[in-house]
Design a protein around this ligand. Structure first.
Ligand code: MD3
Ligand code: FE
Length: 223
């Protein structure tokens, strides 16, 4: 059920936990098509404005300095960055030193609607996948607390998303993520291994230049 604060009326989560996904950790919810075409365009317009203020940067792997293929930006009070010094959250853009732009209203409403968490999200990481880019299997553990879920929104070309268990060697399953889909990872699923195997070129008309955007909303600091 969507609170009156959200102008959208999302459908119920298609599946939650073990019912349709017995091999995944509990606490996982999937809302296919949460954002309809009009809402995707409105959200994209907000993301364009954010990226105009906080340009996409190329994160580097800690120690080796090897560049990620995915480019990133952030909005909200804190943003995730990575360079030779390590992974961390910080309040400023790593290249222009400006504070991250504020969280746009549609993302605040989404968080209120699906997170089940009464405190606001502090960070929205914006990942841009050009054709041919991927993200290896990893856990998200750079936050001070794992009590809040991670909420993810996909925009643009479809992606082959892989999700496994709490150990790297646990079995994985793959899912096709489409523009407008929302995923929520809370409880044990918050620490599931996951990654993006590939992006399906030309599968969406939303981004004129092609590729895929993924937004992840998170709580970073402990309460
Ligand atoms: C499962 N992003 O930013 S979104 C990331 O599509 C990240 O850009 C991918 O992995 C992307 O860290 C996947 C889905 C996702 C995001 C966070 C999770 C799945 C997750 C955190 C815990 C468990
Ligand atoms: Fe991740």
């Amino acid at each position: 059920m969507s609170p009156p604060s959200d102008p959208l009326s999302p459908q119920e989560s298609l599946f939650q936990d073990s019912a349709a996904a017995p091999d995944l950790p509990e606490g996982f919810a999937y809302y296919p098509g949460y954002f309809d075409d009009k809402a995707q365009h409105m959200l994209l317009d907000e993301i364009r404005q954010i990226i105009a203020q906080a340009p996409l940067f190329t994160p580097l792997m800690p120690k080796t300095g090897q560049p990620f293929s995915v480019r990133m930006s952030n909005c909200g009070p804190l943003g995730w960055v990575s360079d030779r010094a390590g992974y961390r959250y910080q309040p400023q853009h790593p290249e222009n030193g400006s504070p991250w732009p504020p969280m746009p209203d549609p993302l605040t409403a989404l968080w209120e609607n699906v997170s089940g968490f009464s405190w606001l999200a502090e960070a929205c990481l914006i990942n841009y996948y050009a054709d041919g880019t991927r993200m290896g299997l990893h856990q998200d553990r750079d936050e001070d607390t794992f009590d809040a879920p991670v909420v993810s929104v996909s925009l643009g070309d479809e992606a082959v998303f892989r999700i496994g268990g709490l150990k790297r060697k646990d079995p994985t399953r793959s899912m096709r993520l489409k523009s407008g889909d929302v995923l929520v990872f809370g409880g044990p699923a918050r620490l599931a291994f996951h990654g993006i195997d590939r992006v399906i070129k030309g599968s969406s008309a939303l981004l004129k230049q092609g590729g895929r955007l993924n937004l992840t909303l998170r709580r970073v600091t402990a309460l």
